[in-house]
Each structure stands twice: as C-alpha cells, then as structure tokens.
Design a protein around this ligand. Sequence first.
Ligand code: NAP
Length: 481
Amino acid sequence: MVIFGGTGDLAMRKLLPALFRRFADGQIPAASRIIGVAREEQSLDDYRERVARALGDAVAGDGELAGRIPDFLRLLDYRPLDATRDAGWNDFAELMHVQGSERIRVFYLSTSPRIFVDLCQRLRQYGLNDASARVVIEKPIGHDLESACAINDAVGAVFEEQQIFRIDHYLGKETVQNLLALRFANALFEPLWNAAHIDHVQITVAETVGVEQRAGYYDHAGALRDMVQNHLLQLLCMVAMEPPSSLDSDAVRDEKLKVLHALQPINDDNAERLTVRGQYRAGAANGGAAPGYLEDLGQNSSDTETFVALKAEVGNWRWAGVPFYLRTGKRLPARVSEIVVNFRAIPYSIFAEGSGTPTPNKLVLRLQPDEGVKLWLMAKYPGPGGLRLTCVPLDMSFADAFGVAQPDAYERLLLDVVRGNLTLFMRRDEVEAAWRWIDPILAAWASSGETPRGYTAGTWGPSASVALIERDGRTWHDDDS
Ligand code: NAP
C-alpha cells in the first residue's frame, strides 16, 4: 500500500492508525509493505519515528496495543517523491516491481485533488497501473460536475472503473452497514419502509468544531459541497434505495444511483423555500468562547456557508410525498450524526384522553457518538392509577450489545480495498449524479444575491432552519426531549 501524502493529516490521524489496528488484529500479514510518499526529504528512521508518535496518540491509554507499534513500523517504508516531477520515479517504480507484480498494490491518493491527475499519469508512465493495482481517491472529487468529470476522466484514463475506490468514509461506519442488516435481514421494517408508513426522514451531521486548520480549503467549498454532496446524500441513498438483489457492488450502487436520479430538482424556482444556509458568528462552543467564521478565516467577508438545512424529495412510488430533511453544520451544540426515520401516527386512538396521545414511532440510527439504534415505542407507564402512555426507546448501543469496540470506518474500508470489494465505495456515475443535483442549488444561491444567515456558535443554526421543518408541522429530532 502506497500512501501518497504519507506525512499528511489524514495519513497520520486516520489511515496509518487504521492499518495499525488491523495489523494488530492479525489481518495484515507481516510481509506486507506500507510505503509513505511525500515531497519532504527525510530518512526512513525519521518517518518511522513520526508515525510511531501518531500511533502512540491514536492508541493512547492502551498499553498492550502500543506495545505492537514497533512490529508495525517494520512494515513501513518512505520515499521522497514529487507527483509533479519525474525525479525519483524510476527508483520508486523499481521498488514496486521488486515487490513483485503478483502482489496487490494499492495507491492511496491522500493528497490535494489538484495532483490526482499528475499522480495517475505518472503511475501509468512508470507501468504501475497493471491489473494488480487499485487506486483510492479521497473527497473532494471536484467542486462541481465539470471538475468532478475532469478528475474521473483523468483517473479513468489510467485505471479501469473496477480498480477505482472513491472513498466516502461515512459508508464504512458500522451503523451505515447496520442499516443494511436492519433493513434487509429483518422482516420487520421493509413492509413499513415507504410513504404509506413513514412520515419523513431526518439526517443530521453536526460538528462542534469550526473550520480549524482547513479554513483555506473550506472557504472554497462550504457545507453543501463538503458534506451534503457526498456524506449526507450517500446516507439518504442507503435509507431510500430499493432492496438490491445482492450485496454485490454494482447491485447496491445501481440502486443508490436510482435514488440520486429520483431526487427532485432544487433550483432558482424553489431554492429559497427548500434550503437554508448559515455562517457561524462568535459564540460559545466546546465549553468556551468561540470566534466567528470570519475570524477563523482571517478575512472581513465571505459568502461561504458553514451550515445547510434542506428539504429533499425522492420522486418515486416508494417515497412520494415523504420529505427528507438534511442538515449539517459547524460549531453546533453537539457532535452528532444520525438518521431519524419518523413513522406516521396511528390511524385512531382507542385510549382515553387522560392516557395521553400516542407519539408516532421513530427509528434513530446513530452514527456517532456511541453508534447504535434506538426504536422509540409507546408503552404503558408502570403501576396502578389508570393507563398512562409513555414513549420509551428500545435502545441498542452496539458497544454494549456486542461488547467490542467499534472499529473506525477506515479500518473496514482499507481492507475492502485490498479485498477488491467495491460495495462501500462510490461509482463514477453516483458522484456525477450527486453533483448534477447539487450544482443547481449552488447556482440558485449565487444568483439570489443573498448571503448566508448568521447563527451564533453553539446553537443549532439559523432560526430559518427551524422554520424550514416547523412550517410543515414537524420538528427536528432532539434525543433529550
Ligand atoms: P495535508 O495534511 O495537507 O497533506 C498533504 C500531503 O500531500 C502531505 O503529505 C504532503 O507532503 C503531500 N504532498 C503535497 N504535494 C505533493 C506532491 N506534489 N507530491 C507528493 N506529495 C505531495 O492533507 P490531508 O488533510 O492529509 O488531506 C489529504 C486528502 O484527503 C485531501 O484530498 C483531503 O481533501 C482529503 N481528506 C482529508 C481529511 C482529513 O481529515 N484530513 C478528511 C477527508 C478528506 P509534502 O508537502 O511533503 O509533499
């Protein structure tokens, strides 16, 4: 496995710790090689030392695991190489050939997408794109449809689609895979999984952090491109897709693509009614005072949204009239990602007025923190004194139910790349279909001449996002209420 960008933030914080944990679990043979590549000149010893520190931080508090770090470091190699220049590539290619072409070679492009094209061209030029090769590309895949097509064309000119792993780490989360198990391994839900029984669906991905060190990148992206185009739409697809005929990668991806094609357009005609964008102002977050977005950015003005809420509709028989409310933002009060499926109210209550009104059932799939599933049901409050109805959750925290730590999404996805399993990766047509839906929203915002609405850091976004759902007679799910 070659990690281009092997000294970067993603490699140090996510990829190498994920590989280490899989190694410690015996899933990566000792004869494997993990080769970090970046422009910086440094010795292998220096690189290993740096990785050791990153792994130490990642497994802090687990002495037994930390004890395995030296064994893992033996798998590591480092090559200083510039993706945009030829110097050093002959040696690198030789190293790869020495490793033997019967081995699976994974090229993980953990660099800025600006150099994806150069990297792929060089991999071809130096004969490294044979059938044993796989390439992993990180988001963002473009900033609009046109640029996404350009990246896909360039990567597709070097690698077959079956060799291209477009990663969306949300798909590697346990809860998302559990959604497949829940929907398709139980008889209970699928008969109810349609407009006749589901009132609406909410998908929330909330972060407490601001833009941190990524301000430069973020200001050119914004929440719609950075989160909705990929993560939130992928989650929506997993909820809304028809049952695939198998878990075969194309069977699943064909069904997700149909959902993306069925999304009703949001454009100049309706964007004002169906979308809300916001930008955080100074407030309080993470237990202290938090600066506003412009201060984080170090600029006087910016039209970039750090919050989006929108109402999407999937135009097909299963979902006609069922809104999918999506929201995501930075500097919100809690770090939480969840999908909430809200069922319809019962058609008629047999209970006396004093018993209370039955609350519609909800299925809450929590991706983070504390991955798990909660099914909110009505029950009788215990004791004599009449029948009083109360809403209680059947609560399954995966950590408690299975007694095992939940692996990070990258652990699963990196091994899937080695196994050649594309089910949890995005196909080219999915990425492009998502951009085809997103681009008109961006265009509508640009032509509206309006700026994002301000919201105070530490709140749930602009009040207009509450109005977006409440004018339909619904409210955002709040686990505490
Ligand atoms: P980063 O910290 O800026 O790291 C970039 C890496 O690329 C460094 O190792 C850098 O090392 C190397 N690099 C830059 N130019 C190069 C060149 N011409 N040839 C070879 N190597 C080069 O970026 P990152 O945060 O790790 O992000 C990497 C990718 O993952 C990006 O596409 C990003 O959008 C995506 N991503 C990151 C995160 C995250 O949490 N960090 C999350 C989701 C997606 P040198 O400067 O020494 O060459």
